[in-house]
Design a protein around this ligand. Structure first.
Ligand code: E4P
Length: 261
C-alpha cells in the first residue's frame, strides 16, 4: 500500500520524504489556506520534493470552472492530480478532464454508490473519508471494504485512496483490506513509527554499551569518526602469497621449537 501525506506544509513534507516514507501528497483548500502562501508556487515546491502524485483541489462549484482550473493545475507539474468533489458537477468535470488525459482524484466520497459513479466517470483516485464517517457513528472502514469489492467485481482501475485518517489503526486496516493508498496527517505518520518497546530497548542497549571499557569505546569512536578524530588506518591488505609465506614461516618456527632447534 502506498502512503501519502495529507499536508501542504513544506517542512512536514520534507521531513517525511527524508524518511523515505511517502509516495505522494494530498492537499485540500483548508490545508493550503493554513499555509498563508500563494497556491501555485507552494504546490510547485511540493512537487519538487515528492516524487509521486500531488493532489491539488479545485475550488469551483460548477463543472466548467473545475475543468478550467484542472487544465491549468495539470500544466504546473507532471506530478499534479486534479481533485474534484463528488457532486454531479464534479463527475462532469472528472469525465471531461479524464478524456483530456488529466488524472482526477474524486474527493469527499462518503458512500459506495458515489464511489461507483466516480469510477464510471474515469476517476484515477477515489477518496473515501473514513474519519469523518466514524465521527458521525458510521463505519468508515466498512465503506473501504465495500468499494474494494465493487471495484474488484467490475475490474475498475480507479485506485482507492483512504482519506481522513485519524490514527494508525485506520492505516493498518486499510492495508489489510488491500486499499491502494492511505493518506494521513503528519501526526499519524509519526505515530506509525513509534513503539514504546523500541524506545525502551534502545535505551537499554545504549546503557549496556556504556559498560564497555573506555579504551574500547574510544577505539570505536575513532573508527566510526564519532570522536571527530580521523578513523584509524585499516590494516594493510596482504597478498595471498605474502599471507601464505608468513604462515609457512610461522609453521617452520613452530617445528623448530618443538624439535628443540
Ligand atoms: C483527503 O484528501 C483530505 O484532504 C483529508 O484526508 C481530509 O481529512 P480530514 O477529515 O482530517 O480533514
Amino acid at each position: 500500500m502506498k502512503i501519502f501525506l495529507d499536508s501542504a506544509n513544506l517542512a512536514e513534507i520534507r521531513e517525511a520524504a527524508s524518511w523515505g516514507a511517502i509516495d505522494g501528497v494530498t492537499t485540500n483548500p483548508s490545508l493550503v489556506a493554513k499555509e498563508q502562501r500563494e497556491f501555485f508556487p507552494l504546490l510547485k515546491e511540493i512537487c519538487e520534493v515528492v516524487h509521486g502524485p500531488v493532489s491539488m483541489e479545485t475550488t469551483s462549484r460548477g463543472a466548467d470552472g473545475m475543468v478550467m482550473e484542472g487544465r491549468v493545475f495539470a500544466k504546473l507539474h507532471s506530478n499534479i492530480v486534479v481533485k474534484c468533489p463528488l457532486t454531479k458537477e464534479g463527475l462532469k468535470a472528472t469525465r471531461q478532464l479524464t478524456q483530456e488525459k488529466i488524472r482526477v482524484n474524486v474527493t469527499l466520497c462518503f458512500s459506495a454508490s458515489q464511489a461507483l459513479l466516480a469510477a464510471k466517470a474515469g476517476a484515477y483516485f477515489i477518496s473515501p473519508f473514513v474519519g469523518r464517517l466514524d465521527d458521525i457513528s458510521s463505519d468508515g472502514m466498512g465503506l473501504i471494504r465495500d468499494i474494494k469489492t465493487i471495484y474488484a467485481n467490475y475490474a475498475f482501475t480507479t485506485q482507492i485512496l483512504v482519506a481522513s485518517i485519524r490514527h494508525p489503526l485506520h492505516v493498518v486496516e486499510a492495508a489489510r483490506i488491500g486499499a491502494d493508498i492511505a493518506t494521513m496527517p503528519f501526526s499519524v505518520l509519526e505515530a506509525l513509527v513509534k513503539h514504546p518497546l523500541t524506545d525502551i530497548g534502545l535505551d537499554r542497549f545504549l546503557k549496556d554499551w556504556e559498560n564497555l571499557p573506555d579504551a574500547a569505546k574510544a577505539w570505536h569512536a575513532r573508527a566510526t569518526g564519532l570522536a571527530g578524530a580521523p578513523a584509524p588506518e585499516p590494516e594493510p591488505k596482504r597478498s595471498s602469497r605474502a599471507a601464505a609465506a608468513s604462515q609457512a614461516g610461522r609453521s617452520a618456527a613452530g617445528r623448530g621449537r618443538r624439535s628443540g632447534g
